[in-house]
Design a protein around this ligand. Sequence first.
Ligand code: RFL
Ligand code: PHB
Length: 391
Amino acid sequence: MNARTDVAIVGAGPAGLLLSHLLHLNGVESVVLESRSREYVESRVRAGVLEHPTAELLREVGLGERMDREGLVHAGISLRFDGADHRIGFDELLGKTITVYGQQEVVKDLVAARLRDGGQVEFEVADTAVHDIGDDAPWVSYVDAQGEGRRLDCAVVAGCDGFHGVTRGAVPSARLRVFDRRYPFAWLGILAKARPLHEELVYARHARGFALCSMRSPQITRLYLQVGADETVEQWPDDRVWEELTARLAVDGRGTVNVGDVLDKGVTAMRSFVAVPLRHGRLFLAGDAAHIVPPTGAKGMNLAIADVSLLARALTALLRTGRADLADSYSDTALRRVWRAEHFSWFMTSMLHSTGDEFDEQLALSQLRYIAGSTAAATSLAENYVGLPFA
Ligand code: RFL
Ligand code: PHB
């Protein structure tokens, strides 16, 4: 069966769903194709921090209501090292805040808005493939949830299918330049029914490795531990996780972590990756499909959202008035912000993790002490953390 739309969007993560919503507001039609079920994408535990410009954008486009009711507004974070906390106050330094609101909540709000507005989101599709992106008439083939083979003709394909998706692979390898960096560690993350140890996020550098205490509500905490790059969840029974978190987050030798039932546990690889350019003929890449950051800077979802705010404008101009300049400059414009976030994420990662190298350790501690003692250095960290303007 054949169908036709303006923009075929592959992937119903934050990037694909928000792009579809923004295009709808601009009168451009789209269809979103997602390989997982609605329940799966709405319950996947991932990011938690919304930058200032991300929260502003969500409000502007009618998606801020539940975020403003249930999200936690934070005016700063703490860096914990040398056995003490050093607060970076975003509000004092910049007059800005961040919002702690789970990615799956953003996704739920987006799915609800698309369905309310009559948007087409097809879940549980298989064998997605994009065709003829070099021509004026690209199309996407897939098998729908009923097992029926489908063809979706479109003017443009948006590749929003995350790092392991198929759209990036549709670009001839000679046309794609890849920048890639692996780190010799990973994160073990848990979600637990326990009070967070502090009302703001705590990023800890410790001789035993990095630890982070975040949250999803005043009763639910989200905690992360640096572990070896090849370690698995099986190597980290709950008792071992709590013992390690308690040791790494101790201040003056006192344990401060509140222990509770573990609701979710997973290991996340740490990687920096950028594939350029973000456009190939009629295919535009956005979010994790084009770039990955290690999670230490809390940037991944925010970058995905920044990409599609630009892309929605570019595609609207292209498809509604035939103006191609914004589509032509999309890749260069988006990549400037992507590389800033790549740098910040690498910087936070190097400063807070231990590799066992003593020289690196001294450099990292020196940088942390500088940030703790200098308003200029703290302001630079704060400006990047709360997020630079989108456009
Ligand atoms: P997503 O969310 O991966 O969505 C892609 C969607 O595409 C679907 N898909 C396909 N659909 C159809 N056909 C195919 N062939 C398909 N292949 C894949 C997938 O099922 C999926 O639904 O990408 P998007 O939209 O670009 O969003 C990116 C963010 O999800 C990601 O950057 C963040 O989660 C990263 N991240 C964080 N970002 C932040 O901004 N702040 C944070 O605090 C933060 N913390 C984190 C994070 C990521 C983490 N993990 C688990 C990687 C913490 C962790 C632990
Ligand atoms: C989270 O709450 O999941 C979170 C917070 C900050 C990060 C990464 C993840 O840097």
